[in-house]
Design a protein around this ligand. Structure first.
Ligand SMILES: [Zn+2]
Length: 91
């Protein structure tokens, strides 16, 4: 038996009153920091600015808006969908 939801949800503490804005903000900052660290690593490897899906240069405009972007405009929604790159179907 294997139930694969495919949902990628962050760890959320049980049920809270939902008034912990500070914690939510902290989580967001941590996520952003994570992205930046990945970007720095890619910079080190010489892959910075390249889409992880198609290896094409990510638009400079997109990088300016999101310096830690890992996918080009075309594949960003695919990655954000949680399905990952490589499942693009044409037809
Ligand atoms: Zn791409």
């Amino acid at each position: 038996m294997s139930s694969n939801t495919g949902d990628e949800e962050p760890d959320v503490p049980g049920d809270g009153p939902g008034g912990d804005i500070g914690q939510a903000l902290l989580d967001q900052v941590r996520n952003d920091l994570d992205d930046v660290e990945v970007a720095l690593q890619r910079l080190d490897e010489g892959n910075y600015g390249l889409c992880e899906a198609c290896r094409q240069p990510i638009g400079s405009g997109r990088l300016a808006a999101s310096p830690a972007a890992r996918y080009c405009d075309e594949h960003e929604h695919v990655a954000g969908d949680g399905r990952g790159p490589g499942v693009v179907q044409s037809g």
